[in-house]
Design a protein around this ligand. Structure first.
Ligand SMILES: [Zn+2]
Length: 336
């Protein structure tokens, strides 16, 4: 794969024992250094105009000023230092690069993956939250459409947390389809099945809130039965995966049971969905807080595009997932 990576993303320091640390990127790069076919690109930071296309201008001024004055605790878990704003622009810029390359036709071994931090999917229009300042995937999707490179963009967010920021930003927008598979009840508590979009965005928001304990078979079924058919019917030019790896069974902050191999199985599915939809495919890093499992899982995604065929899940879909899937069908989601 081709990885978007900018050194400025390391300078966002979150302090002692904060799970969202620069060591996350270091661990990923160390793991990838042992693999063939890894290329790095340092794409330009996002221009501020791309950020204000999805974020409130007053919020952008406030967070910039907050960083310029040295930062501090924006909220209980969202911490900034002086370098945070530049890191956030760099992370958003890598996401824009991934979208641009995917739309330009880079696929297979050249599939783009933006390795930025701070992550983005919790950042809402006018606030930072949940370790996120700029909504990287949302900025990339909006820019792809505003620049005329895409008519429609679909985003699958498989981070274990609901990406409330992307959800909100595109809730009433018909040209971006947001789908999230997340752990029900976990931070930030949003992402119910019956939140399906409104106005022009009606039917272009899909929330799959799985109960704790779900794993590879459940996640793969959610893609096979809902995300895949929904995205193909939406006919996007670009599919972005908001790729967090905190649903991993060894991640310290969730109770999900996805394995490293499971992320590979999910990756092959999204590659197939993109092929079927004739859409570009790019990845944007979100969460993932077990350094080893994060690094292994990103490396697994890379290896899938390098020819590896991951082991298919052999367990049954759990009853607790089947119930959620029945509720989704009642809402009209799934095979058309
Ligand atoms: Zn997360």
């Amino acid at each position: 794969m081709n990885f978007g990576y900018h050194e400025d993303c390391l300078d966002h320091q979150t302090g002692y024992r904060h799970p969202e640390s620069p060591d996350r990127l270091r661990a990923i790069r160390r793991s990838l250094s042992r693999k063939h076919g890894v290329e790095y690109v340092a794409a330009d930071p996002a221009p501020e105009s791309a950020v204000t296309a999805v974020h409130d201008a007053g919020y952008v001024s406030a967070i910039k000023e907050f960083c310029e004055e040295g930062g501090g605790d924006w909220d209980d878990d969202t911490v900034a230092v002086e370098a945070t704003w530049d890191a956030a622009l760099a992370a958003a810029g890598q996401a824009m690069w991934a979208a641009e390359r995917a739309l330009a036709g880079d696929d297979g071994r050249d599939t783009p993956f933006a390795l930025g931090r701070p992550p983005g999917h919790h950042a809402v229009e006018a606030d930072a939250m949940g370790f996120c300042f700029v909504n990287n995937a949302a900025v990339a999707a909006r820019a792809a459409i505003d620049d005329g490179d895409a008519d429609r963009v679909a985003i699958l967010d498989w981070d274990v947390h609901h990406g409330n920021g992307i959800h909100d930003i595109f809730y009433d927008t018909g040209d971006v389809y947001y789908a999230s598979i997340h752990e029900d009840g976990l931070y930030p508590g949003s992402g119910d099945i019956d939140e399906t979009g409104e106005g022009e965005g009606e039917g272009t928001t899909l929330n799959v809130p799985l109960l704790p304990g779900c794993g590879d078979a459940d996640y793969c079924a959610a893609i096979d039965d809902f995300v895949g058919p929904e995205f193909v019917a939406f006919d996007p030019d670009l599919i972005l995966v908001s790729a967090g790896f905190d649903a991993h069974r060894h991640d310290p902050i969730s109770r999900m049971r996805v394995s490293t191999e499971g992320y590979g199985a999910m990756t092959t599915r999204m590659r197939d969905v993109a092929d079927e939809a004739d859409a570009g495919l790019g990845f944007v890093l979100e969460g993932g807080y077990g350094l080893d499992t994060l690094a292994e899982s990103v490396t697994m995604v890379h290896e899938v595009f390098d020819g590896r065929e991951p082991v298919e899940p052999d367990e049954e879909v759990k009853d607790r997932a089947t119930k959620v899937f029945a509720d989704l069908r009642d809402q009209g989601f799934g095979e058309k």
